[in-house]
Design a protein around this ligand. Structure first.
Ligand code: FAD
Length: 433
């Protein structure tokens, strides 16, 4: 008999609970990853669910995972196919009796797992574990998810006081050489996924590769080589270049690095280099990330509904002309336009930019906020279902912001891009400035 790990958005060997559990047995361990065609189709708003930037990042992350697993003598099978079609054959051919995977709760992922479960023999044991949090769901000071507060600060303060972050698990020891086998599978190209290849834009604030190794290289650079972590809070609202913020989001979204691993490194930095408001603030932001996961655990599919978790009954428009202007970066605000050009060319946008373009779309144009969220889902290199839909709800006034704010775009541009450097960077080709 052997064990199978189904990798999804946990593309790492360090601090990976499924990998760790599977390796507790002496039996051979196999691994599998699916480029599920459903994630590359058009969504109901007409956008590709995954555009080329994230697809490329995932391809690189899977390639690195394959290499790292090879060192452990664990073969990674890679398919461009629906898991429910391929897994029954794989389970039979490799005499799998136990499947390990990261637990998910959003509708599309639950539906896929249900289809897989139906296609697999009942005798197969499943171990699904949460592995994407900073504060593990079993450790938080709330007896069930319905008790998660509607306001972030309450959640954060209570967790900070009553919850500890679990120590990351090490990479397991290598399996015996005889457990290795060639898989004869390969990573689909962008063309195979229905996407076009591209050259990286030299202006990109995210000039990084996907993968576990790349994530740790970035952490080493940002924390240890340049000590930029010690200035994080002061620079995090920046707009230009790779170092105004950590840029961990894409690796976190694909699970190339875990939040507890980053936390442990921040603590080490605080002990060995410097502890200040800036170092704390990175943890603060990781708690925001957790919070949106708990919000979706609490509210389920409401995070995708027009009325959001507040069930707000605003009047929303869905105008094709507005959509085109926003996406093409041809609105009346050059600050919005620069940000929209950046995401279109690179798949990345700063947090400051995201807040402004979302607020403009939902609160100034009163356009269906879900169209904006779906466009971000398509384009973002760091798309994460909980952070994206949670932040969009928040900015659209249907989520966790009791203040229901609208950004003043002109004063935001003045405050964060007073000299126009950012706008010139993205708009110079259209001579708008
Ligand atoms: P840093 O400033 O270095 O922050 C460190 C980490 O903290 C980030 O990597 C991220 O994991 C987390 N974090 C920071 N801010 C937030 C936040 N507001 N909400 C949740 N987590 C946060 N983030 C995503 O990871 N995926 C998304 O799909 C996503 N969609 C967004 C949509 C909108 C409309 C808005 C306003 C924000 C969105 N964010 C999303 C949050 C945030 O903009 C990005 O996490 C951040 O810009 C990524 O850059 P960074 O890694 O350098 O962040």
């Amino acid at each position: 008999m052997s064990k199978l790990i189904w990798f999804t958005s946990d593309l790492r060997t360090h601090d990976n609970h499924s990998l760790h559990k599977a390796c507790e047995s002496d039996e051979a361990v196999r691994a599998v990853y699916f480029f599920d065609p459903r994630y590359y189709q058009e969504d109901r708003f007409g956008f590709k669910k995954t555009e080329r930037f994230r697809a490329q990042f995932i391809r690189e992350s899977v390639a690195q995972l394959e290499q790292h697993l090879k060192k452990l003598n664990i073969p990674l099978f890679i398919y461009h196919e629906q898991p429910e079609q391929r897994l029954p054959k794989l389970v039979e051919e490799h005499h799998i009796d136990h499947l390990f995977l990261q637990k998910e709760w959003t509708q599309e992922e639950v539906d896929i797992r249900a289809a897989v479960q139906q296609a697999l023999p009942d005798s197969l044991t499943w171990t699904e574990q949460y592995d994407q949090f900073l504060f593990h769901p079993d450790d938080i000071p709330y007896s069930d998810f319905s008790k998660i507060p509607q306001v972030f600060t309450q959640f954060r303060k209570k967790c900070e006081k009553q919850c500890t972050v679990r120590t990351p698990l090490p990479v397991p020891e290598s399996r015996p050489q005889e457990h290795w086998m060639e898989t004869r599978t390969s990573i689909p190209s962008l063309e195979d996924l229905g996407l076009s290849s591209f050259e990286q834009d030299p202006r990109s604030a995210f000039p990084f590769e996907g993968g576990e190794q790349a994530a740790w290289d970035r952490l080493r650079e940002y924390f240890w080589n340049t000590k930029k972590l010690a200035y994080y809070k002061k620079t995090r609202n920046g707009l230009v270049g790779k170092d105004y913020s950590s840029k961990f989001s894409a690796w976190l979204a694909q699970g190339c690095i875990s939040a507890p691993a980053i936390y442990q490194q921040v603590k080490k930095f605080e002990k060995e280099v410097k502890k200040n408001q800036d170092t704390y603030w990175l943890i603060f932001e990781l708690i925001w990330r957790d919070y949106f996961k708990y919000v979706s655990l609490k509210h389920g599919n409401a995070i995708f509904h027009l009325g959001g978790i507040l069930e707000k009954d605003y009047n929303w428009a869905d105008t094709q002309a507005a959509r085109k202007e926003w996406i093409d970066g041809k609105t009346k605000y050059d600050f919005v336009n620069a940000n929209m050009r950046e995401i279109a060319k690179t798949g990345f946008m700063s947090n400051r930019g995201r807040q402004n373009v979302a607020s403009f779309w939902a609160k100034e144009l009163n356009q269906d906020w879900r169209v904006g969220a779906a466009y971000f889902e398509s384009m973002l290199i760091d798309y994460d279902v909980h952070s994206n839909w949670g932040n969009w709800m928040y900015n659209a006034g249907v989520g966790n912001d009791p203040r229901d704010r609208k950004f003043n775009i002109e004063s935001q541009a003045e405050r964060y891009d007073g000299d126009g450097k950012y706008r010139r960077l993205w708009l110079q080709e259209s001579l708008e400035l």
